[in-house]
Design a protein around this ligand. Structure first.
Ligand SMILES: Nc1ncnc2c1ncn2[C@@H]1O[C@H](COP(=O)(O)OP(=O)(O)OP(=O)(O)O)[C@@H](O)[C@H]1O
Ligand SMILES: [Mg+2]
Length: 336
């Protein structure tokens, strides 16, 4: 089976173009949610004095799409490649690269067509090393007024202050269930696919749960479910599994085993885990926290422990060891 890559794009299912790309919004009107950011942006793009910009917020909420809409609306198609420079963090790790590529792109604009806007879109700007950000800051300062930087990031606190203070910051937020459902229905409609009315509620609730507010994840999960024929018979367990979550029945068995402190059974269930993403697993356990009779005195320390485990996993610790530690701690916190 095809596995989504880091950005969640599906490769190869029925040779079909990934819906996330096929349905990337092409205008402000098509951007779902983000009304605060979009309303302000609209005003800026109409004005003659567009600032440098930072779009910050969680994955799959429309930052790259919005940056592309701005660039495309300001620049004619035939000039696009000479007037828009798209870089991502891995291109910018080397300072000499930043200097030479951005500088030559910026300077080139001084020589010719000096009133035409140029955009430099820096994706994953929060992964640019801070020394390189310092170099970038000087380049931004010195750039002429027709060159606009758009920095995209998930964590604005990783961007150095001197850059932040030179940019207008737009915050993107997770989409609500209603907004995700609306966009998924729009896509299904375009694809001429119908979801049986009886399945709608459960399907969209599961897709929203999988997405956690990230529309890219929701669209990918829907496309995989359609490609693998999981909608007609509404196989929610399989939909959860292919998205890296535990299916409901395994989760229920695990909760029972934890509550009866049956370590052997817990281990047996753990050994059946396939394709379960550790972060997703933690989210599922937290989603069911009320099903565990945790003693009130243990609640805070357990939650602090969950935070530690999450951090260790983010730093590359062995997932399985961490999840076993989490479950052991949980078992220890349960009232007997
Ligand atoms: N607000 C939105 N409105 C409409 N479609 C969206 C929105 N957010 C995400 N999408 C869909 O998800 C895909 C990915 O969105 P986009 O690349 O803009 O996310 P991003 O915020 O840049 O995420 P990342 O932080 O991972 O780079 C888009 O191609 C589009 O299909
Ligand atoms: Mg992006």
């Amino acid at each position: 089976m095809e596995i989504p890559n880091r950005k969640g794009k599906i490769i190869g299912i029925k040779e079909e173009k990934p819906w996330v790309e096929k349905y990337r919004p092409n205008s402000f009107e098509e951007i779902v949610s983000q009304s605060v950011a979009i309303n302000n942006l609209r005003e800026f793009t109409l004005s003659n004095d567009m600032p440098h910009m930072i779009f910050t917020g969680p994955a799959g909420t429309g930052k790259t799409s919005t940056a592309l809409i701005i660039a495309k609306s300001a620049i004619k198609k035939q000039n696009y490649y000479s007037n828009v420079l798209e870089l991502n963090a891995s291109d910018t790790v080397r300072m000499d690269f930043v200097r030479s590529v951005i500088k030559s792109f910026v300077n080139q604009s001084l020589a010719i067509d000096s009133d035409i806007l140029k955009f430099i879109i820096l994706d994953e700007a929060d992964n640019i090393p801070s020394q390189v950000q310092q170099a970038l800051r000087r380049i931004i300062e010195k750039s002429s007024s027709n060159v606009k930087f758009i920095l995209l990031c998930n964590y604005i606190n990783k961007i150095i202050d001197p850059i932040v203070s030179r940019c207008a910051v737009f915050r993107f937020v997770y989409l609500t269930k209603i907004e995700i459902e609306k966009r998924l229905k729009f896509i299904l409609n375009k694809e001429k696919l119908q979801i049986p009315k009886t399945h709608e509620n459960k399907l969209f609730s599961t897709l929203y749960f999988i997405s956690g507010g990230d529309l890219r994840k929701a669209i990918n999960a829907l496309q995989m479910a359609v490609s693998l024929d999981l909608i007609e018979k509404l196989d929610l367990s399989e939909i959860l599994k292919i998205s890296g979550f535990l299916d409901d029945s395994t989760l229920e068995r695990l909760i029972d085993a934890i509550n009866s402190k049956d370590i052997k059974e817990v281990k047996k269930i753990f050994d059946t885990f396939e394709n379960v993403d550790s972060r997703n697993f933690i989210k599922q356990i937290l989603g069911h926290i009320d099903d565990f009779p945790i003693h009130v005195n243990n609640y805070n320390s357990f939650m602090a422990f969950v935070g530690d485990i999450d951090y260790r996993i983010s730093q590359g610790a062995d997932d399985k060891i961490q999840l076993v530690a989490l479950i052991s701690q949980l078992i220890g916190c349960i009232e007997t």
